[in-house]
Design a protein around this ligand. Structure first.
Ligand SMILES: Nc1nc2c(c(=O)[nH]1)N[C@H]1C(S)=C(S)[C@@H](COP(=O)(O)OP(=O)(O)OC[C@H]3O[C@@H](n4cnc5c(=O)[nH]c(N)nc54)[C@H](O)[C@@H]3O)O[C@H]1N2
Ligand SMILES: Nc1nc2c(c(=O)[nH]1)N[C@H]1C(S)=C(S)[C@@H](COP(=O)(O)OP(=O)(O)OC[C@H]3O[C@@H](n4cnc5c(=O)[nH]c(N)nc54)[C@H](O)[C@@H]3O)O[C@H]1N2
Ligand SMILES: [Mo]
Length: 773
């Protein structure tokens, strides 16, 4: 595969705020690049995240009931432009290129070909994708699936498909006999889905958008807000203008959490100043040092409380809350008291005085939100990271009161909702008895495969078929080398997609590429125009109206494709009236309400209201759905978030894989990571200057990176450019997905199985005889 580099590499620190003119310039450039008129696309963007418009296809941040005139951000607008491009990747393209040849193309160039418009079948003899009729495609896929053992078939979902499509998809898989329903969430917030229920009895966060207006302190751990949920910068900016402290922990000095200029405010845009300072305190925690940092804050809080007890002052711990609502505090307290400061400081990389200062600020706040992202979840101890953040919040009763709570910032726009409506490999999370009774079939009861277990099954041959509802599975998962090789042994490989990506280029014996409508487009069915729904990061359900013309006349909607696959595979094996549901999606919403009455009461009536409606999250009312009916303090087992990394080996660095400002997961819009000042290339390795000196490399040197895991598997990425960066010593950083070949499959969060993509042990291998400055 050709490296992701253009001819114009420029690496220079970016000193401007996030948002601002840089953000607008970037948008206009993108609109031209996609063959779109800025004036035309503007009317589309004006409907983004509005109650009578469509939900943005980028991140899952909350959508307000009273939107701003432009309720979109630079990255949301880029996602829309990319989706609504004028380019088409039709049969002529596939006739002109062999699949093997396309394997050499970077991710950007593949998706850049534009929207997929016709169903295609791979022909091994010509090594090309060839057009096929929808009927023939469904017939053959159904026939293939009927021949296979359902337990060897995987039904993956990337977090974009609507609640309606997702509900149907999981029913289809279960009627067929498979509970192999992994989701992109398995690589993302599964540490949350496993960790939060143990701590507070809820798999999702407890805050709503209103809470951001009432909090008096916010923490941010491991989230790159300015890039991955930029509309959240507005509530942060508002909080900062109220004088609320925002305390951030991140190994990289991310621009969006430093400074922000609101592109929607003419006053701010026209003033020459540096924009709002977003974080009042920014700590460059060592990668994987969060448990240590939070332990330090909690330990200092305990010391402040001890002093209060001694002086007869006001208690710092919320002792009433702890006594009434929690369990496990004594063990947690013992853990804090016995953990020595020298270890906390060494592992977090943060001075004791700083952690004590944070504790003081925390002790003075009465309503605190703990926000976090992949910097906490994608570690071997990702689940313990989540527990530790809950511990910190519980110490001062910061769950279940206005302005306070835990706020996992979810990824894909409906990833949380898919889990809500049955996309889960864990049968205990799904109302199987209801499905059995309502739709008259016997669902499989055993646990299905998650993402990592799917990869293991592909490698050992026990997985024989893969159906993907969106996403770019092969590219998003770890262990790229072994996976790509093993993938070719699949009997059946089906991808439902909008754009061509690398996963589509690794065929099995029978391989189909099925193009679908985007959510932004009109979806006309027998019963008229349909809309869909999704759930945001704050467990709020919204409607979404597609309004743009479909990218091609032959495209089918995701619900229709799922229904046709189901009819061809398990037609007549249940009481599901597939055609009726596809004719009128409100019938699917009725069924979702029937299966999940507590969360979706009056679904069809309420989802179109401005601001949508909230699911009933019990933990936000201090009702704890844990086995002991309490919120639980859970002491971590060790300060390290990664037991695999032997930091005593001085040539081993801990690699953090990151997203640029010009990508959405494996979708690479371009090569401008403006906010980090890295332009023209993604093949960089960001390093601390001291490590560069120690390891004998200089700015601009070309190196290879190799996995430091000693398990006999050779993992290497070639041709990275050494780039000095403000990153803690011992850490280095580079882009996902280019560096995924370096992540061992077993290097994943315990229990949750999220690949530990933020702490990958690596070694540099200098490329002899060259230093390409
Ligand atoms: N524009 C855009 N938006 C997106 C996406 C995208 O790719 N592009 N992806 C979507 C998806 S699916 C998801 S899951 C989210 C992801 O959004 P985020 O959760 O923001 O994920 P990342 O950008 O991978 O990493 C977040 C931050 O974690 C920091 N970090 C790394 N290791 C550590 C650590 O050990 N401790 C701490 N405290 N910080 C650490 C990194 O420096 C980085 O700034 O965004 C969603 N939104
Ligand atoms: N090293 C490393 N690896 C990671 C991560 C990391 O931080 N570091 N992050 C992980 C995370 S958080 C996630 S969520 C995963 C992402 O993994 P995935 O969700 O599998 O990947 P995406 O890149 O979001 O998928 C992009 C493809 O989705 C298809 N698509 C786009 N829109 C639609 C649509 O409306 N319908 C359909 N059917 N298809 C559509 C397009 O064909 C596009 O090429 O990657 C994970 N992998
Ligand atoms: Mo994600």
């Amino acid at each position: 595969m050709k490296p992701s580099v253009t001819d114009h590499v420029k690496i220079k620190r970016y000193n401007h705020p996030t948002g601002g003119w840089g953000s607008l310039k970037s948008l206009i450039r993108k609109a031209h690049g996609e063959g779109l008129l800025v004036s035309g696309i503007w009317s589309t963007l004006m409907r983004q995240n509005k109650s009578d418009g469509y939900m943005c296809v980028s991140c899952s941040w909350a959508k307000p009931a009273e939107p701003r005139p432009f309720e979109f951000c630079e990255n949301g607008a880029k996602a829309t432009l990319w989706d609504q491009t004028k380019r088409r990747c039709g049969p002529e393209f596939f006739a002109a290129h062999r699949v093997n040849e396309l394997l050499d193309w970077p991710d950007h160039d593949l998706e850049k070909q534009g929207r997929l418009v016709e169903p295609m079948r791979y022909n091994e003899a010509t090594d090309k994708y060839e057009p096929v009729s929808w009927d023939a495609a469904f017939r053959e896929i159904g026939k293939e699936l009927r021949k296979l053992d359902p337990r060897s078939v995987v039904f993956y979902t990337s977090g974009r498909a609507s609640l309606e499509a997702s509900f149907m998809y999981q029913l289809f898989a279960r009627i067929y006999g498979s509970s192999n329903l992994p989701d992109s969430s398995n690589m993302c917030h599964e540490s949350t889905s496993v960790g939060l229920p143990e701590s507070i009895g809820s798999p999702v966060g407890t805050v709503q958008l209103e809470d951001f207006a009432h909090c008096d302190l916010m923490f941010f751990f491991g989230h790159n807000t300015g890039v991955t949920a930029p509309r959240l910068l507005h509530p942060i900016e508002e909080a900062r203008q109220r004088g609320i402290p925002v305390i951030t922990f991140n190994p990289l000095p991310e621009r969006g959490l430093e400074r922000f200029k609101n592109p929607q405010s003419p006053v701010e845009m026209l003033s020459p100043g540096p924009g709002t300072k977003m974080s009042s305190e920014f700590f460059q925690v060592r990668g994987g040092g969060d448990i240590a940092a939070m332990t330090g804050i909690a330990k200092s809080l305990l010391a402040l409380d001890d002093a209060a007890v001694q002086n007869g002052g006001r208690r710092v711990l919320d002792t009433g809350f702890i006594a009434e609502h929690t369990s496990g505090f004594e063990e947690f307290e013992a853990y804090l008291r016995r953990t020595p400061w020298d270890k906390i400081v060494a592992r977090s990389g943060i001075a004791r005085a700083d952690l004590e200062r944070v504790a003081r600020i925390y002790s003075e706040a009465s309503a605190v939100i703990g926000n976090y992202g992949m910097g906490l979840t994608q570690h071997r101890h990702g689940t313990e990271n989540v527990h530790m953040l809950c511990n910190l919040l519980l110490m001062r009763g910061n769950v279940g009161k206005p302005g306070a709570g835990v706020s996992p910032l979810r990824g894909h726009s409906n990833v949380q909702g898919q889990r809500t409506v049955g996309i889960s490999e864990k049968p205990e999370l799904v109302p199987l008895d209801k499905f059995a009774a309502f739709y008259q079939f016997e669902p499989p009861r055993e646990k299905g495969r998650d993402t990592v277990e799917t990869c293991e099954g592909v490698i050992d041959g026990s997985v024989k078929a893969f159906v993907g509802l969106g996403g770019n599975f092969v590219r998003a998962v770890p262990e790229t080398g072994l996976i790509e090789e093993a993938w070719r042994r699949l009997r059946l490989h089906v991808q439902i997609a909008t754009k061509l990506n690398r996963s589509h280029l690794i065929p099995g014996t029978v391989t189909y590429l099925l193009p679908c409508l985007s959510r932004i487009e009109r979806d006309s069915q027998a019963g008229g125009e349909q809309h869909v729904s999704m759930e945001d990061s704050t467990a709020c359900i919204h409607g979404s109206f597609g309004y743009r013309p479909p990218a091609g006349p032959d495209l089918l909607s995701e619900p229709r494709i799922v229904a046709e696959l189901a009819k061809a595979t398990v037609g007549g094996k249940s009481a599901v009236p597939w055609d009726e549901w596809v004719g009128d999606y409100s019938l699917i919403r009725n069924e979702i309400e029937r299966c999940y009455p507590d969360h979706f009461k009056d679904f069809n009536k309420r989802f179109l209201a401005p601001g949508g409606f909230h699911r009933d999250i019990k933990a936000s009312k201090r009702v704890w759905q844990t086995p002991n009916k309490k919120a639980n303090f859970k002491a971590p087992t060790m300060l390290e978030t990664d037991p695999d990394i032997d930091v005593s080996q001085s040539d081993v660095l801990t690699l953090i894989t990151i997203r640029s400002n010009d990508q959405f997961n494996t979708t690479i819009y371009g090569y401008r990571d403006r906010l980090r000042g890295i332009n023209g290339t993604r093949m960089v390795l960001l390093m601390n200057k001291r490590d560069m000196q120690r390891l004998g490399v200089s700015d601009g040197d070309e190196i290879d990176l190799q996995s430091a895991a000693e398990d006999g598997v050779e993992r290497r990425v070639r041709g990275l450019r050494v780039t000095p960066y403000a990153i803690p010593p011992g850490n280095c950083a580079g882009y996902y997905p280019e560096l995924n070949p370096l992540i061992p499959l077993w290097h994943r969060a315990e229990k949750a199985h999220v690949p530990a993509a933020k702490s990958v042990p690596v070694r540099l291998v200098p490329v002899s005889g060259q230093a390409s400055k």
